[in-house]
Design a protein around this ligand. Structure first.
Ligand code: DHB
Ligand code: FE
Length: 279
């Protein structure tokens, strides 16, 4: 049976793509952010995952307001990026792990999660940038399964529902008839708000408590909050922390914290990074 090695949660911001493109990793503004990934690179070099299940939120590239699935899963042979409005970044296509995609889709529907199946799927910065942060040379040594959670158009799924989705994904991966080594990647957050009266809003106290809760005895702490509560605490786009909850849910009952980094700000965003492994 397949094995889950660990999970990485990280923020995603389009400006990271520009910094990579311009080689600004050691620039004083960017250094505290990029340096946070060194322990993750060391862990990856040891763990050598074969497959990455990525929880992320599309921002209008693959799904738009006319059709917005709450939960969707890629089942494509490969995934490509496309222009999000600031020029097309050249990233190699990501090879899909279709056997795991279909196993997850069947398991999740059986488990009463009515996911949308995508045999074609474009992936946006929320997918491509975290992959490039984990594998900076962008020669992807892994196959991928994208799982997209709607954070763009209300109503959004609750924190409790995303937690349960993650748990169901974890159970399904561990029951997958394969000897693959799988890791989970969740991208979004932490607190930030890009628009409206509270544009620029960041809540460090909440972010740190949220990160702690993912390792403590009560990792489901955040599931007590409604989506509206979370928007109030973390900002309209900070709600992307739902990806962190799903990722944590997939890792099983208890986890060990291997690494974390937290830096304010990257663009308008509180940038968080965690690496957790099943205990
Ligand atoms: C920005 C975009 C994002 O998707 C995000 O999560 C954070 C910041 C931005 O445009 O700055
Ligand atoms: Fe985002």
């Amino acid at each position: 049976m397949a094995q889950i090695l660990g999970g990485v949660m990280t923020s995603h911001v389009p400006a990271i793509g520009r910094a990579i493109h311009k080689g600004l990793q050691d620039d004083p503004y960017w250094q505290p952010f990029f340096a946070g990934f060194k322990p993750v690179h060391e862990w990856l070099a040891q763990a050598l995952p074969d497959v990455v299940v990525v929880f992320y939120n599309d921002h209008g590239l693959n799904f738009f307001l006319d059709k917005m699935p709450t939960f969707s899963i890629g089942a494509a042979p490969e995934y490509r990026n496309a222009d999000e409005g600031w020029g097309i970044p050249q990233v190699p296509a990501f090879p899909g792990e279709q056997d795991l995609s279909w196993h997850l889709i069947e398991s999740l529907v059986e488990d009463e999660f009515d996911v949308t199946t995508c045999q074609e799927m474009l992936v946006d910065h929320a997918f491509t940038l975290p992959m490039a942060l984990l594998w900076p040379d962008q020669t992807w040594p892994v196959k991928v399964v994208p799982i997209c959670i709607n954070t763009v158009q209300f109503p959004l799924p609750t924190a409790a529902r995303c937690w349960k989705l993650g748990q169901a994904v974890g159970r399904a991966v561990r029951a997958w008839d394969s000897d693959a080594k799988v890791m989970v990647l969740g991208t979004g957050g932490l607190s930030h708000q890009l628009d409206g009266e509270r544009a620029g809003f960041i809540n460090k106290e909440f972010d740190l408590q949220f990160m702690d809760s993912l390792v403590s005895d009560n990792p489901a702490w955040a599931t007590q909050f409604s989506v509206r509560d979370l928007v109030e605490k973390a900002g309209t786009q900070g709600i992307e922390l739902l990806m962190w909850l799903a990722t944590r849910g997939a890792l099983g009952d208890s986890v060990e914290e291997i690494h974390r980094n937290y830096h304010i700000p990257i663009s308008n965003t509180a940038a968080g990074l965690m690496l957790l492994a099943p205990a």
